[in-house]
Ligand binder design. Sequence first.
Ligand SMILES: NC(=O)C[C@H](N)C(=O)O
Length: 334
Amino acid sequence: MKKLLLLTTGGTIASRPTQDGLVPGMDGAGLAARLSAVAENYELTIRDILCMDSSNIQPEEWQLIARAVYDARDGFDGVVLTHGTDTMGYTASILSFFLRGITIPVVLTGAQLPIEHPLTDALENVRTAFAMAASAAAGVFVAFDRKVILGCRAVKTRTTGFDAFESVNWPLAATVDAGGLHVCPGALPPAAPALTQLDDRLCRDVFLIKLTPGLNPEIFDMLLSMHYRGVVIEAFGAGGLHFIRRDLIAKLHAAAQAGMAVVVCSQCLYERSDFSIYETGKKALEQGVIQGWDMTTEAAVTKLMWALGRTEDAAQVRALFRESLCGEVTAELE
Ligand SMILES: NC(=O)C[C@H](N)C(=O)O
């Protein structure tokens, strides 16, 4: 029997109705009692590490979760992490960087309805997560709605639908049908040096700007005065920022001079950005911004936090973004 570790962190799956709305309150033993049919083929160990709505999960919790997985990596065939869906994409992305080179599957899952609800999707999601965790396919994944998504490609695209997550710009890592779990070898993380030490440093001073027509460029002055060290800009279409009347390009220059790292991607969910196509993008590239290509916003933000946690050197940050570390970027790299 495969030995699996179930780490619980809260989320809707473990929530109960209260006067204040849904609040996570069920521990791992409570979850396991409802998962008995799903878990019977595995030797299951349960550890409660957090009990939070994932809207409250922040970088400190990412570090705690990474540590819990890292410490367990030698004793189990796989780890399943129950987690709220709202920020699961961010947690899955940062864990993909922290745990790069892990040799077992680490599978995040959750639910759109509490496990105690008669119509819950929890059992199906955990069932898929257990199967993936027992598959020996190493890496960080999200299992939801009978699909398994590479962690750094998972984006929550629905607030209520059971198919809440999509794999953005990357094939599914595994699917489930009457033939069982089918792992797609080409959609697993690229080979990486084995993880022998957890380096969970990160920089929290990373801001995300969704560009809107006419955005006031002074936003960059404010971010610099607040000591932000990195910015991800979700720009328009294939890649463009406005420079007439309100000149964002001049501010990118000032930001670069001040040592701020700027990553540009697209606010379109699908396909890649390429800022070398249009004048409005090329001008940004001339200021030294880093291309995000086809990365998800979740991956771009967490990779920048992770990179700035390791180095203050702009050239080294740029070099880290030139490489696909865990499958987060596929376009031809500079
Ligand atoms: N479906 C969910 O889990 C949503 C919940 N608010 C959470 O992210 O914790």
